[in-house]
Design a protein. Structure first.
Length: 166
């Protein structure tokens, strides 16, 4: 019998002096524990480096990250254990989310996906418009070159060319 899945939100503050790769490794480790334990990740949001309200372990800044996930209680406890044992984690807190909070998170994820899709479509349309403009300019340049070849060179044009070379 599998345990009931519950929805959680974990906010972590990591040592700001830690290399970005190490921060990514820590976030990846918590994510893999959740997914490996039968849970699912709704969202991982990295807030980046921010000033702390008060110094923690002689640090005035911290690197913040937020994970919203669904998992059994045992998996949540394992994530908290990993965060508690890691000396680079200044603070963390996990809360149980209500159904309305989970719906808000899911709606914000859906809205962000729609915005990203619209931005991608707009970028693609801009690329197509730019390509059409470049093609039209190329056709105009070819027409101008053909007209220039067809016109006979006059004495006046030869004199202008000679004056430009000097």
């Amino acid at each position: 019998m599998s345990e009931e899945l519950r929805d959680y939100e974990t906010l972590g503050i990591v040592n700001p002096d830690l290399a970005p790769e190490a921060v990514q490794e820590l976030i990846g480790k918590t994510t893999s524990i959740i997914e490996g334990g039968g849970g699912s990740i709704y969202k991982v949001d990295e807030w980046g480096r921010r000033k702390l309200a008060y110094p923690i372990m002689k640090k005035n800044d911290g690197y913040y990250f937020l994970s919203v996930f669904s998992s059994p209680v045992a998996v949540k406890n394992e994530v908290e254990r990993i965060l508690r044992l890691n000396e680079n984690v200044l603070r963390y807190q996990t809360i149980l989310l209500s159904e309305s909070d989970v719906e808000l998170v899911k709606n914000s994820i859906a809205a962000a996906a729609i915005v990203a899709e619209e931005a991608e479509k707009a970028a693609a349309a801009a690329v197509v418009a730019e390509a059409e403009k470049a093609a039209a300019e190329a056709v105009e340049a070819e027409k101008a070159a053909a007209v220039a070849e067809a016109e006979p060179v006059t004495e006046e044009a030869k004199a202008e060319e000679g004056a430009g070379d000097e």
